[in-house]
Structure formats: structure tokens, C-alpha cells
Design a protein around this ligand. Structure first.
Ligand code: PDD
Length: 282
């Protein structure tokens, strides 16, 4: 079975799935997306992704699109692929029209879904750690909406690669640590987890949310507060979280070793919890 796409209710090879040159996603980045992990043949945290998709579409005043239909499409194409550990990508653009900044009033959103084999199974040991650089956050003011407008993210990732690092961490004014190019950022200091609060400047990550909620249930608070790069550099641990990233220890930032320079117990605990959630997904 090839890696598959879903378009207009049909399943087809990815190479045969096409969108119009007048798709507003193509011309204006007027589109939103989700990346979902398929594990044991099932989409992980599907309802959370659907809720966030709905939130993104509402924030941009998109025409209505049935979430039941989206869900059905995801399940159908993921099942048809028969890939146990998959990466499900879905994109919804506002629709097609003759190029004009002003969107037409009545539009039909364009939904496309692809399913590919994940590079690695999500149930695997913690990475030995990678390095990151910091870059000024040059993105727009609504990073809480998951749009496909990812050029600054792609440029920052390229800059990281040129500097021999794995990823880039965006810094806001006054060197506030926001997030990485496709992950949220956590630090650990004296056994306490800290991460940026939910504001328009970061994506409300689902991996982030799963961890914060499960910590709360266990009576441990994750402190959601603004902190600067100095606190990140002085932290015991730094790690990234995300659907594809899972939990990734950052052992060096801008060539400065973090803590012991090795992955710490905080990241290990987070990963254990995430794997348990994936294993026992309902
Ligand atoms: N990115 N922050 C940004 C900017 C992201 O793009 C992502 C996800 C996250 C983590 O969110 P979640 O835990 O819901 O995956 C944080 C996806 C995976 C991507 O663009 O490939």
C-alpha cells in the first residue's frame, strides 16, 4: 500500500492529489493545518487536534467545514494506508477564487489529508540531546493560530542547520523565550517545570497540554510564565515537545551547555508519561 492522500472524499496516491493554482492557501497562505501522530494504526489525541483545527478556522473566519467529515477522512485514509506508525498531515484552505486579497463571501474550504510512514516509532528511548540556537521571533502576532504561513519557521530552521544545530528557539522582545520552529519549549529548574503561557505568541501545543494536564492530575504544577533567555541558559534542563518532536532534550543553546550537558530526569519523566498516553490511548 502506498502512502496515501484524501481529497474530496476519495483516497488516492499522494502524487495524484492536486490543488488549484488559485487556492488561497497557495497564494495567500490562507490555510490552516494539523499534524497528527498515528500510533498502533490510530490517530493519537484526535479530538484535541480537531478542536484546535476548529479554533484556527474560527479565528480566521473560515466557512463552515464539518469536523465529523474531517474526522471521517482522517480515520479512513489512515486505516487504508495500513501504516501503524504514521504522520497524518491535514490542511484546510479557505478555498479557490480568482486572486484577490478580499476573500469571496461564499467559499468552499479545500481539505487535503496525507498519510506517511513516520521516520521512527513514537515508542522509543529518549534522544541523547541536540543543540539549538536562538533567533529573533520575526513571525506575525497570531502564532496561536496554526496557519501554513511557516516561512519564518523554515528560515530559522535553515539557520540552525547552517550553524550545526538541530533547531532554533524564537525570542520575543526582551529576549523572552517563546517556542521552537515546530515545538514548544520547557525548562526545568530545581525540579520545577516552566513554559511560556498561552498567548497569541505561541502555538497551544497538544503535547504541551497533555503534559501540563497530567502533571496537574498528579498534583504537580507546571508554571506557565514568561521567562528570558538568561533563565533558559541557567536552567537544569531544556527540552522541546511536539507531535513529531515528542520530547527532545536540548543540551546546548548558542554553544552554551545546559545543566550537566546531558538529558535530565525531567525530560525522561515527560517522555515516559507521553509514551504511556500513546500506549493507552482511548
Ligand atoms: N508543529 N509550536 C509550533 C510553532 C509548532 O508548529 C508545533 C507543531 C508545536 C507543537 O504542537 P503539538 O504538540 O500540537 O504538535 C509548537 C507541527 C508538528 C509541524 O508543524 O510539523
Amino acid at each position: 500500500v502506498p502512502e496515501l492522500a484524501y481529497q474530496n472524499g476519495k483516497i488516492l496516491p499522494i502524487s495524484e492529489a492536486m490543488v488549484s493554482v488559485e487556492d488561497r492557501g497557495y497564494q495567500f497562505a490562507d490555510a490552516v493545518y494539523e499534524v497528527i501522530m498515528g500510533s498502533q494504526g490510530r490517530p493519537f489525541a484526535l479530538q484535541k487536534h480537531l478542536n484546535r483545527l476548529h479554533r484556527s478556522m474560527s479565528a480566521l473566519d473560515f466557512p463552515e467545514l464539518s469536523l465529523d467529515l474531517v474526522k471521517e477522512g482522517i480515520l479512513k485514509v489512515n486505516e487504508a494506508s495500513e501504516i501503524p506508525d504514521s504522520v497524518i498531515y491535514l490542511q484546510v484552505s479557505r478555498g479557490n477564487q480568482v486572486r484577490s486579497h478580499l476573500p469571496e463571501r461564499e467559499m468552499n474550504p479545500v481539505l487535503t489529508i496525507t498519510v506517511r510512514r513516520a521516520d521512527e516509532t513514537p515508542v522509543r528511548p529518549l534522544s541523547p540531546g541536540v543543540s539549538a540556537i536562538t533567533v529573533p521571533d520575526e513571525r506575525w502576532g497570531r502564532c496561536d493560530i496554526k496557519t501554513v504561513q511557516l516561512l519564518p519557521n523554515a528560515m530559522a530552521k535553515t539557520r540552525a542547520e547552517k550553524n550545526g544545530a538541530s533547531d532554533a528557539i524564537f525570542l520575543g522582545p526582551e529576549n523572552v523565550v517563546r517556542e521552537a520552529t515546530s515545538s514548544n519549549v520547557f525548562i526545568v529548574k530545581d525540579g520545577v517545570f516552566y513554559t511560556h503561557p498561552l498567548t497569541p505568541n505561541i502555538l497551544p501545543g497538544i503535547t504541551r497540554e497533555i503534559f501540563i494536564q497530567s502533571q496537574a492530575k498528579a498534583g504537580h504544577e507546571v508554571v506557565e510564565e514568561i521567562f528570558s533567555v538568561e533563565r533558559l541558559l541557567g536552567a537544569d534542563e531544556v527540552f522541546l515537545t511536539g507531535t513529531i518532536t515528542r520530547v527532545l532534550p536540548i543540551t546546548k543553546v548558542d554553544d552554551i551547555p545546559i545543566g550537566t550537558g546531558r538529558p535530565g530526569p525531567g525530560a525522561a519523566a515527560f517522555l515516559e508519561l507521553l509514551i504511556e498516553e500513546i500506549r493507552t490511548q482511548k
